[in-house]
Design a protein around this ligand. Structure first.
Ligand code: GTP
Ligand code: NAG
Ligand code: NAG
Ligand code: MG
Length: 187
């Protein structure tokens, strides 16, 4: 197969139905939003390829319950839906049981554009993330708040782990391993 990229990052988004996983990946990959809700059956994925200093970096963002091969896992709840926040604990358990050890994780409280309907405070979101030792953002796929920032940061975390050495993660390098200059490209 012809080389299409120098780096492949596989990111997984998980969380309850309706929290905005599909909208987040559409915002990330296409910078778009459509409020029509079509619940995902099976896997939803988007690919975004960015060229940085002549190197192609491809981001494959996936929403599914299958953790295999994920380099980064983004846990998503809806700040207007308390249940979706409580369920983060269960999703965390699923990661522990199924994902490769040491996978980079991040917590997102989505739909922060609808402050009036907020049920989950920023503080409890921050606290939960801290308990798990992971980073936290409140995002809006609709208003494009913190989406690129969050993805950019998890890519940094993945890249940092990658620099620590091989560990069976699905990082594909088809050219030079000297890639320091092209990290953090979404920030
Ligand atoms: N106000 C607001 N609505 C959002 C936002 N993100 C998603 N939504 C809405 O929430 C609903 C569900 O979004 P999806 O992205 O389809 O949710 P999902 O997590 O993929 O849901 P499943 O595919 O069923 O697991 C849709 O009606 C979206 O328009 C956001 O940031 N702000
Ligand atoms: C939003 O998505 C629905 C369903 O795919 C489609 O019918 C509609 O035309 C879209 N709206 C816009 C503004 O693109
Ligand atoms: C989504 C997923 O893969 N879940 C599995 C995680 O691991 C437990 C125990 O090994 C399984 O029972 C789940 O089905
Ligand atoms: Mg979906």
């Amino acid at each position: 197969m012809a080389k299409k990229y120098d780096f492949l990052f596989k990111l997984l988004l998980i969380g309850d139905s309706g929290v905005g996983k599909t909208c987040l990946i559409i915002r990330f990959a296409e910078d778009n939003f459509n409020s029509t809700y079509i619940s995902t059956i099976g896997i939803d994925f988007k690919v975004k390829t960015i060229e940085v200093e002549g190197k192609k970096e491809r981001f494959k963002t996936i929403t599914t319950a299958y953790y295999r091969g994920a380099m980064g896992i983004i846990l998503v709840y809806d700040i207007t839906d308390e249940k979706s926040f409580e369920n983060i604990q269960n999703w965390m358990k699923g990661i522990k049981e199924n994902a490769s050890a040491g996978v980079s994780r991040m917590l997102l409280g989505n739909k922060c554009d609808i402050e009036a309907k907020r049920k989950v405070s920023t503080e409890v979101g921050e606290k939960l993330a801290k308990e798990h030792g992971i980073r936290f953002f409140e995002t809006s796929a609709k208003s494009s708040i913190n989406v690129e920032e969050a993805v950019g940061l998890i890519l940094d975390l993945i890249y940092f782990l990658f620099l620590q050495g091989p560990s069976g993660r699905e990082v594909k390098i088809t050219s030079s391993t000297e890639k320091k200059s092209s990290k953090c490209l979404l920030l």
